[in-house]
Write a protein that binds this ligand. Sequence first.
Ligand code: SAM
Length: 306
Amino acid sequence: MGRSSKDKRDIYYRLAKEEGWRARSAFKLLQLDHEFNLFTGVNRAVDLCAAPGSWSQVLSRKLRFSNEGVKIVAVDLQAMAPLPGVTQIQGDITKVSTAQEIIRHFEGQPADLVVCDGAPDVTGLHDVDEYIQAQLLLAALNITTHVLKPGGTFVAKIFRGKDVTLLYSQLKIFFSGVTCAKPRSSRNSSIEAFVVCQNYSPPEGYVPNMSNPLLDHSYDVDFNQLEGPNRVIVPFLACGDLSAFDSDRTYPLQLEAGKQYQYTPPTQPPICPPYQQACHLRKNNLLSREDAPSVFDSKANLIRLM
Ligand code: SAM
């Protein structure tokens, strides 16, 4: 793939590099903020599943611009290059110890905003991917119940799969406003959307914990069959200015008449991403021989040795 071909295929990938964002996802949060005004009055924000860090960059640029006393905590399993004004925790959002570490960084104060763009490594098996994504969203919700202030906002990536109404129902227990939003920069062809959950108001007497009903196999319900008051329908909103670039379209490299296209390298590539070993093997032609003896790597992928 040439250096410019990805720029040509994906307009937001290219704009991200030109504007200095670490990933194209930055535009998703910017477009969500444009619609929901997420950052007003926010002094303490948590970015769950933050690497390589474009959402943290958005938080850092937007919040610190308006207020010096802002605190931002970013959590990811993977290491992330430092960012001004962002405290990093390399940790797992399914662990209560991570919630405790976040609270420690805020010196016991709750957060005003929690965002989560978490995604597992996709397998390509849609049911499995949707299930794992739902687990991650529930883990993010659980950790949020430990750290968010009453009235606060939670924003998270969601896959609009067949069990999505169960997730909406669970979110509605904790937030009076739940909206499913699709920013322009999120491809129409993708099942991804974002839930914007406003006005955190847990049930009276609720004690935060890390349990997860989807993992509790005593539930014997076809979740898609929820009916009557159990079935929750939340508003769906396409957001982002309609004149914004369409993430499913291909644009010419020269976007403005008279302005020559110039290649921009990525702002901050991920540190030690999980695919690094695979890239190394492929670049060095170590994956190519069909008759070579094979082993499984740490993620159970079949690797052929030369
Ligand atoms: N919002 C990020 C940005 O703008 O740069 C991109 C996030 S990326 C799509 C998803 C991230 O979720 C990955 O970096 C992955 O390591 C993280 N992740 C997945 N499961 C996690 C977990 N259990 N705890 C913490 N991070 C997790």
